[in-house]
Design a protein around this ligand. Structure first.
Ligand SMILES: [Zn+2]
Length: 164
């Protein structure tokens, strides 16, 4: 477990708010080369192993030289704007994905993005032009039961900090 800014961040579920500045054709491994329009994107994941959410967010804050997860390919092109966090050892990412759909955030093709290990169609959602990623995360915080909302500035501090 990592101690970040004097606060312990254990295992849990997270939701990334991203902004893609220009339309981009991604090369997403086996998922092909989808063309993504510029705009807001939302990705849900969980980090239940050693290092928990802090280690995973540190991974997402840095642009991956060798992409491992689907989200790594998008992250190379998109800015990470904010993150919602809920600590706990139960896997809540699929519930969060369903909640995102309920908030009328359109599902992005190709289906299966980030959802190779579950029954969800996707764990990546595209947003309307308004609200932006940070505003939607603020709006979703209570419905999702997320305990923390991290700003881009705080995420950058996490990236600069060292794992202990
Ligand atoms: Zn799922």
């Amino acid at each position: 477990m990592l101690d970040v800014q004097g606060m312990e961040v254990g295992p849990g579920t997270y939701l990334l708010g991203l902004y893609l500045p220009v339309s981009t054709r991604l090369r997403v491994g086996a998922l092909g080369t989808p063309e993504l329009p510029a705009g807001s994107y939302f990705y849900v994941g969980s980090a239940l192993g050693p290092g928990g959410i802090a280690a995973r967010l540190r991974h997402h804050v840095r642009r991956s030289q060798r992409p491992h997860w689907h989200i790594d390919y998008l992250r190379r092109e998109a800015d990470l704007v904010a993150a919602l966090i809920s600590e706990g050892s139960s896997r809540r990412e699929c519930r969060w994905a369903a909640a995102l759909e309920a908030h009328a955030v359109p599902v992005l093709d190709p289906r299966g993005f980030g959802a190779s290990d579950c029954a969800c169609g996707t764990h990546l959602f595209a947003g309307a032009r308004w609200p932006g990623p940070a505003a939607l995360l603020r709006r979703l915080r209570e419905p999702l039961g997320a305990s923390q909302l991290w700003s881009a500035r705080r995420l950058a501090r996490l990236a600069a900090s060292r794992a202990r």
